[in-house]
Design a protein around this ligand. Sequence first.
Ligand code: BMA
Length: 311
Amino acid sequence: MFQLKRYPGNPVLTGKDFPEGSGIRRVFNSGVIKAGGRYVMACRVEDAALRNRIWIAESDDGLRWVPRPGPAELPHDDPDFAEYTAGMYYDPRITYLDGRYYLMHAAHSSHGCRLSLLSTSDFSRFEWLGHVSAPDNRNGALFPEKINGLYARLERPNTGGAFGDMWVSYSPDLIFWGKARCVLRNRDVRWAWTKIGPGAVPIRTEHGWLTIFHGVRTQCAQHYVYQLGVCLLALDDPSRVIGRSEEAILEPEEQYELVGQTPSVVFTSGAVLEDDGELKVYYGGADTVQCLATIRIERLLEACGVASPRV
Ligand code: BMA
């Protein structure tokens, strides 16, 4: 009923759009924000050695994207970055907070997956703030404001009893995180019993934090299907779900979502709310290409049970 509408020009970016000789094969799950009237995408790019990097692309209209000449320069000579990030940093979510942009992303190494944080004011120079979670955490989405005096993020524990559920945690300084609470459990989402976790950075509305999440179910032969869902979290306590769509809002259906490196995946790390209420949801198709789908934000609020949405 409340399905996202795919942009007819999908995919909006593929590996072929990156400079010749760059070796980029795939681009997906990229973070996106509108900054000073332009759109900026922190692309997750992947080469044939399966190195994952962040590469900035820009756009005037959110539809046609131009990658910069080279990837974002990051502190590869820092021993901590090298050891725990090991050529695999991905799924960046961009948050504008206190006058700076923050990129919370997954950092993968033989030690497992954890969260790491970059900050920038211009998307040219990046400051690395360090690894900001214990091992076995991924999909960090930093809220665009403090909540009850603390920074807040959604996240997905990657092992143990909390595996595959969506949590919120808090921090006084963006580095040390705690006070974690469970937000939503996979068993509570009928189309995503295997795992759920944050997608795009939550969007403040007067009804609550509108939150697009990913949900995964396991079909036979251990085949994962990744979809998108939407819920509404209380503004002053995002561990409280105050509304949720019963249905997925985007399921893999198109060829570029069903066929690719990982079949049957739609996965978002970024959405942009336009002034006229249109929400642009950027998502990866099959861990291979970057796509776009749209919907009016009122429709998503209705999907979460808000009778007369105000935006
Ligand atoms: C998730 C993340 C995503 C990826 C998805 C499907 O766990 O790692 O980056 O798109 O798996 O492979």
